[in-house]
Design a protein around this ligand. Structure first.
Ligand SMILES: [Zn+2]
Length: 347
């Protein structure tokens, strides 16, 4: 049998059965140094699909960086069929500054397809589009909630597309949300080129959350098994996901100090009191109530709110009881997980 062809990326040739780090050039900086997007490619010995996994498109969303690190040191990649392209830190400048944006306050995830000679956000998008998405059969982009917010692990994807839905189900996050494509997002760009993509949202910005990280590693490995990139594991746990019909933020009706009374993953009923908003003297307080029943999939962690601020993100389900059970089962399971095996970097 002829050896599998090498994988070409950024002018570098990666032989089958090896892995390599490639620094894709983005822009010259005024420090006389160069900005790169670091990519690690694992090119399997045997044929199979190409999957990209990216994180820190928003520079302060760091759970995904740890998901990718654990993925890369996992013994489960031994015998990989196909090619895994990982981009743990897409927005290096945002990651350095602990912020979502590039230094000129652009959002990389609103800058696709980007341009070769544009600003840094546009160049990051362009490089990612032309070097990574163009070579991939599908992708997973790892995010967390924005700063001061927390998300229950969830997959956002185009669930009407059967291919994407299959991958979303395989990932096994407790909740799946059919999510509209945003203009200029990586997901919109990938969809326009026919590359199915999942967006994993879990945890907070600038923090590691063990449960979210473990669910992320498991989810990526599950997707790789479904794609035929890894051999099915006897030990592999297949979790079920509840499919939301939609989701809405409940907002504060007045400004004040917030005391929340429900946590992530909790089922709430229409009219239920979710939090109290008080003035600093304790002289007056007003409740925040659920306008409809559902499960809390996101919330603010900052106990200070202005009127109109988004406080609780609640997902609606056809069968909310069943959805709440799925979420509870996920919490029980993940608390019992062992850490993934972290062997040497072999292929
Ligand atoms: Zn994000």
């Amino acid at each position: 049998m002829a050896a599998r062809k090498a994988f070409e990326l950024g002018g570098v040739s990666i032989a089958a059965g090896t892995r390599q780090t490639i620094d894709l050039p983005i822009a010259d900086l005024y420090t006389h140094t160069r900005l790169h997007m670091p990519v690690r490619v694992v090119h399997g010995k045997r044929d199979g699909p190409t999957l990209f996994v990216s994180a820190a498109v928003h520079g302060d969303e760091i759970n995904g960086v740890e998901v990718i690190r654990r993925l890369l040191v996992s013994k489960r990649l031994v015998g990989l069929k196909g090619t895994l392209i990982t981009v743990p830190i897409v927005n290096v400048q945002g990651f350095l500054a602990h912020t979502r944006y590039t230094p000129d306050r652009r959002d990389v995830n609103r800058s696709f397809p980007g341009s070769e000679n544009g600003s840094v956000a546009g160049r990051l998008a362009w490089r990612f589009a032309t070097e990574i998405v163009a070579r991939a059969d599908c992708g997973i982009d790892l995010h967390t909630a924005a700063v001061h917010r927390d998300n229950l692990p969830q997959i956002r994807a185009d669930l009407d597309d059967p291919k994407t839905r299959k991958l979303a189900e395989a990932f096994g996050a407790p909740v799946m949300i059919p999510s509209a494509l945003r203009d200029g997002s990586l997901r919109e760009y990938a969809a326009s080129t026919g590359v199915p993509m999942l967006l994993y949202e879990a945890g907070e910005a600038l923090r590691f959350d063990e449960q979210c990280i473990r669910a992320g590693v498991r989810g990526v490995l599950n997707v790789m098994r479904t794609l035929g990139m890894l051999t099915p594991s006897k030990k592999a746990s297949r979790a079920s996901s509840a499919v939301a019909r939609g989701s809405t933020w409940v907002r504060a009706e007045r400004s004040g100090i917030l005391r929340t009374q429900v946590g992530l993953g909790e089922r709430v009923r229409k009219g239920q009191q979710l939090a109290l908003v008080s003035d600093p003297f304790g002289e007056s307080e007003a409740p925040i109530e659920a306008k409809f029943g559902g499960v809390v999939i996101g919330r603010t962690n900052l106990p200070l709110v202005n009127e109109g601020d988004a406080v609780f993100h609640i997902a609606r389900f056809a069968d909310v009881r069943e959805a709440a059970e799925t979420v509870e089962q996920f919490s029980d399971e993940t608390s019992e997980w062992e850490l993934p095996e972290q062997g040497p970097s072999i292929i």
